[in-house]
Design a protein around this ligand. Structure first.
Ligand SMILES: Nc1ncnc2c1ncn2[C@@H]1O[C@H](COP(=O)(O)OP(=O)(O)OP(=O)(O)O)[C@@H](O)[C@H]1O
Ligand SMILES: [Mg+2]
Length: 253
């Protein structure tokens, strides 16, 4: 169960899931350990968001099981949903969105600690959106909204940070900052991040999982070769490209 003294946080065993009886993702096996940094990539409609929603409990798996290692007082996960899946007409302020991260994992009747609002404002400041704190989320740009939901996912100082395309709308300057921030956060929490940006993420993540109905693993440490993977990209850089191995040759260590 344990890998090199790292604690297993999350385990998916032969998980299938979908909508209204239709299977979208099939037979998924996944383990997440303390301090893992895993990117989930794959084509549009391949089931990445369905997998994430299944992990966070928004969809029940039709087969298989999901085990969380919750022997701790610390909140187990923080979740940033894919922005185009969010109802922006909902009349809620930026600050309340961040504070709602507390409600999702704590007892609803428990009052916020007195410094919770300060923590939320401090996160908004760190992400450069403090001046929007009192605004309704409907008035934000996509990039601002993404930063606000990043604050929400961090408010509980989770053990596992789950991000569904946190960089779709953010500008290139904040995108670099975001990856640097995630690398720092990764010193104290595991990260599972859906991304289309395979060129950049491979510089930061420790492993890549390709999701297209099923899931295949590639370890960045082994500098695997890229073949038969249902993703493509055009990438200009002075940095070397990472080539991944055939899916058939890889399993998660
Ligand atoms: N609420 C839903 N009800 C029915 N089908 C859905 C629902 N949400 C997604 N699907 C279908 O499930 C499939 C996988 O969608 P999903 O959003 O998981 O893909 P994705 O890999 O996240 O794609 P993208 O890269 O575009 O975000 C698609 O065919 C989609 O039409
Ligand atoms: Mg998606």
């Amino acid at each position: 169960m344990e890998k090199k003294d790292k604690r297993l946080l999350l385990e998916l065993n032969n998980v299938s899931s979908g909508y209204e009886g239709k299977t979208i993702i099939n037979d998924i096996n996944l383990k997440v350990y303390d301090n893992d940094f895993t990117a989930i990539i794959g084509p549009n409609g391949g089931g990445k968001t369905t997998l994430i929603k299944t992990i966070v409990g928004l969809i029940s798996p039709s087969k298989g099981d999901i085990k969380w290692n919750t022997n701790s007082d610390q909140n187990i996960f923080g979740y940033l949903p894919q922005i185009n899946h969010i109802d922006r007409s909902f009349p809620i302020s930026v600050l309340d969105v961040v504070l709602s991260g507390k409600l999702s994992t704590n007892n609803l009747l428990k009052r916020f600690r007195s410094n919770t609002k300060e923590e939320a404002l401090s996160l908004l400041k760190e992400m450069g959106v403090a001046e929007n704190a009192k605004q309704s989320i409907g008035k934000l740009s996509g990039g601002q909204l993404q930063r606000v939901f990043l604050c929400r996912s961090l408010i509980n100082n989770p053990q596992l940070l789950i991000l569904d395309e946190p960089n779709t709308y953010v500008d290139t300057i904040f995108e670099q900052e975001l990856y640097e921030k995630l690398s720092l956060l990764n010193r104290r929490m595991a990260i599972l991040m859906v991304s289309h940006d395979i060129g950049t993420v491979t510089r930061y993540v420790k492993q890549v999982a390709c999701v297209n109905k099923t899931l295949h693993f590639h370890s960045m440490k082994k500098m695997d070769h890229y073949e038969n993977c249902p993703a493509s990209f055009l990438y200009h850089s002075n940095a070397p490209l990472t080539i991944l191995k055939d899916h058939k040759e890889i399993s998660q260590s």
